[in-house]
Design a protein around this ligand. Structure first.
Ligand code: NAG
Ligand code: NAG
Ligand code: NAG
Ligand code: NAG
Ligand code: NAG
Ligand code: NAG
Ligand code: NAG
Length: 724
């Protein structure tokens, strides 16, 4: 696709959208838009109104007052809180879901009394400060109330009811100014499953307000000013998710969590916890459902030490192991100040699956490996580790994901990892490993990724039968000056190697000691000036070769010898001035060649005339003449040549043909109609089409435009992946 054409489409499309929006918004202002949805078999309406509700006709079959299946979802904007006085009471009495936006600092929500069928109420952004007279008291059918994003501070009388609202499941009071939750506030809401009090100013908690919420599953108290849990959640025997992040809690004790059962999420991140009591982990496993995951999130506190588990729980521990509950625990202790982890710190956690200790101050990690047997994800990134104790890892047979980045290791801890056979992803970036002579680790049978970038590494040797399963190796930003010192010839599973941002200057036929199966090789951002013939003959399966951002001035004959499978070649950002397509003749499968931002002035494509496949050549930022370009494009269009010159970002100003910029030679500066003709013609046709579209507003055209834009975007992004 022509990129100029794309740009134009995008521009004109946005104009179209703006026009359509203008038309739409001007037509809505004072009455209601009704969307019916009868597909489900009963009467269902979505009604959007502004200021008042009027002129709504319901279908006759939906009118009968006995019909309980009627679903009427009304959204009313810019409303006053007595809007109901102007509306037919019969209609109001049928509303099931109501969303109102208005501005009523003090209100008693009088309209609610006319809507006995109401199930869901959304009253957000209404600037409410005070709500008088228990306005929900007669709404027996209520299922959810959302009062979030107001300025409510008092809630004590708010949820009083004539009859207990036994269907009430969900209440949100988030983003208000609540600082106190009186004891009987939620007494009537015994069936509530979700309560959101987040983003308020609550300081003190006590048991009373929550003691009747025995069905509560999710409680959000995050972003408040709570200092102490004070047993507030003790009666919540069905609680699964407790969110307490962003408070000022200093202390979690047994009293606070006495009877919590089935807890799946315990998020107490971003508080002020300094000391972790040994009890905290022993609590969580007592009550679990089988096959559940428990997430304990303690990140961003001030914890400095993890104590041994206390012996007191030994008996309970043994009992629970008899039960064989299949619970997995994920523990996040990242972003604390931990310097010290005692040997048995993790003893009370059953099946620790994920352990995140990143961003702490650990100088060592010496713990009982028995308690880490189930760990799959271990993050030790951003600490001060200089070595890894073998003992800590000896039983970690399930480890898949190990992040050791940003530490001070000066060797690769392969011995430590010799009992982990399931490694999928090992990240050792930002350490101090200068040389590796052995890599005696085994990756997962599905293959593994090893990231060794940013280490100052200059030599790496992986002998035969080591690093089994290594599929992807990342050596970017190291100190590799001689590619010869990277010896990977026996790595039969290796398919992808990145050596970007190193200091390689020269490549010859003995430089690349890489396995034949390699499919992807990235040598971008080096100092390569010279590539000798047959450099790549050993890596004959290569499909992508990146040589961008080097200092290559010319490509000689035979450089690409053997690369018969290569599909993508990136030579962008070099200093190539002259290229003869003869040097590319070894690349029998080549389909994308990027020569962007070189200094190309002479490109002989004659050898490519008879080539088998089409070849896209990206040519942005070069010095090719318009004569050359016109001929190359013509040859392609007429089928003489298989090479298609194109650009990544098409150009609109300056000299260009089909969006590909070119240099006009001085003596031939005369106007060339056919060069710009193509583009202008398309512009005209496209804008005509779009104007018609605006007039008719047919959905067909909108679909057509969307499809072509999506299609172009997909094409463009796949080309980008290859060419960039
Ligand atoms: C709420 O709990 C208290 C004490 O647990 C009890 O006395 C009261 O009857 C309960 N209220 C309701 C509505 O269940
Ligand atoms: C923690 O437990 C280990 C192993 O039982 C023990 O060696 C160590 O002294 C304990 N630490 C403390 C502070 O009691
Ligand atoms: C939990 O599930 C596992 C595997 O499904 C089963 O072996 C075990 O008996 C179950 N335990 C309980 C307490 O239900
Ligand atoms: C490890 O933690 C760091 C810092 O918290 C984070 O950036 C990184 O993504 C984590 N690693 C993995 C593999 O999740
Ligand atoms: C390794 O960790 C660094 C940050 O510490 C991250 O930028 C990089 O993407 C990670 N490597 C892989 C392969 O994910
Ligand atoms: C890079 O390696 C060379 C030797 O190959 C060494 O002299 C130099 O100090 C190394 N630089 C760094 C930053 O490690
Ligand atoms: C090939 O390049 C290496 C550096 O990678 C150099 O040491 C060696 O002398 C070169 N061999 C030939 C034949 O040019």
């Amino acid at each position: 696709m022509d990129h100029t054409y794309n740009l134009l489409l995008h521009f004109l499309f946005s104009v179209l959208i703006t026009l359509l929006t203008l038309i739409a918004s001007s037509s809505v202002s004072c009455y209601c838009r009704v969307d019916k949805n009868h597909e489900t078999g009963h009467c269902s309406y979505q009604i959007q109104c502004t200021e008042i509700i009027k002129e709504i006709e319901l279908d006759r079959k939906c009118l009968g007052s006995a019909n309980l299946d009627v679903e009427i979802d009304v959204t009313l904007r810019n409303a006053i809180d007595t809007f109901h006085l102007d509306v037919d009471t019969d209609f109001l009495s049928k509303i099931t879901t109501l969303t109102v936006l208005g501005n009523w600092p003090h209100t008693a929500l009088p309209f609610l009394d006319s809507m006995p069928r109401l199930r869901n109420v959304f009253l957000n952004y209404c600037q409410m400060q005070k709500i008088n007279n228990s306005p929900f008291r007669n709404l027996i059918n209520l299922e959810s109330i959302d009062l979030s994003h107001n300025s409510i501070s008092e809630i004590d009388e708010l949820f009083q009811f004539e009859i207990l609202p036994f269907k009430m499941r969900k209440l949100s009071l988030a983003y208000n100014f609540i600082d106190d939750v009186p004891g009987d506030t939620f007494e009537a809401l015994t069936h509530l499953k979700e309560l959101d009090l987040s983003h308020n100013f609550i300081e003190e908690l006590s048991e009373e307000p929550f003691c009747n919420l025995t069905n509560l599953v999710t409680l959000r108290l995050n972003h408040n000013k709570i200092k102490y849990l004070n047993g507030a959640v003790d009666k919540l025997v069905n609680l699964h998710h407790l969110y307490l992040s962003n408070n000022q809690i200093e202390n979690i004790d047994m009293k606070s969590l006495k009877t919590i059962k089935h807890l799946h999420t315990f998020d107490i991140s971003k508080n002020k916890i300094e000391n972790l009591k040994p009890d905290i982990f022993s609590r969580h496993w007592e009550h679990f459902n089988n096959l559940s995951i428990c997430r304990i999130i303690l990140s961003e506190n001030y914890i400095h030490s993890l104590p041994n588990a206390s012996d007191f729980f030994d008996r309970l521990r043994r009992d629970s192991s008899k039960n064989q509950v299949q619970v997995l625990t994920q523990l996040d202790l990242s972003k604390n100040l931990i310097t010290n982890i005692e040997y048995n710190a993790f003893q009370d956690i059953i099946k620790l699956d994920t352990l995140d200790l990143s961003n702490n101050k650990l100088l060592s990690f010496y713990v009982n490996s028995e308690h880490l047997m189930y760990v799959k994800y271990l993050n030790l990134s951003c600490n001060g580790l200089q070595n890894l104790y073998y003992e800590s890892f000896a039983l970690m047979n399930n480890l898949q994901n190990l992040d050791l980045s940003h530490n001070y290791l000066d060797y690769f801890p392969d011995e430590t990892l010799s009992y982990s056979y399931k490694l999928k992803y090992v990240n050792v970036t930002y350490n101090d490993i200068a040389k590796i002579h052995n890599l005696r680790i085994t990756f997962h049978s599905e293959g593994g990724v090893l990231d060794l970038s940013n280490n100052g590494l200059s030599a790496l040797n992986i002998p035969d039968n080591e690093a089994l399963g290594l599929r992807e190796l990342i050596l970017n930003s190291n100190n590799i000056t001689d590619a010869y010192l990277i010896r990977l010839t026996d790595q039969r599973d290796l398919t992808r190697l990145e050596m970007s941002k190193n200091y390689i200057q020269e490549l010859n036929e003995s430089s690349l000691r890489l396995p034949a199966k390699l499919g992807y090789l990235d040598l971008s951002f080096n100092d390569i000036q010279l590539i000798r013939p047959s450099t790549f003959y050993r890596v004959s399966h290569l499909q992508t070769l990146r040589l961008s951002h080097n200092r290559i001035q010319s490509i000689g004959y035979g450089v690409f010898r053997g690369l018969t499978a290569l599909l993508n070649l990136d030579l962008s950002y070099n200093h190539i001035g002259i290229l003869d397509s003869k040097v590319l003749m070894d690349l029998k499968s080549l389909s994308v060649l990027s020569l962007r931002y070189n200094v190309l002035h002479t490109f002989d494509y004659n050898s490519w005339l008879v080539h088998k496949n089409d070849l896209k050549v990206y040519l942005d930022g070069n010095d090719l003449s318009c004569d050359w370009l016109a001929k190359a494009l013509n040859d392609f269009k007429n089928g003489y040549s298989k090479m298609y010159p194109t650009v990544f970002d098409s150009k609109i100003s300056g000299h260009s043909i089909d969006g590909v910029p070119c240099k006009q030679e001085i003596e031939k500066i005369a106007y060339k109609p056919e060069s710009n003709y193509v583009m202008d013609d398309r512009l005209l046709i496209t804008s005509q089409k779009i104007l018609e579209a605006v007039k008719e507003q047919t959905s067909y055209l909108r679909k057509y435009l969307w499809r072509s834009i999506l299609h172009d975007a997909a094409l463009q992004s796949s080309a980008k992946n290859i060419a960039n």
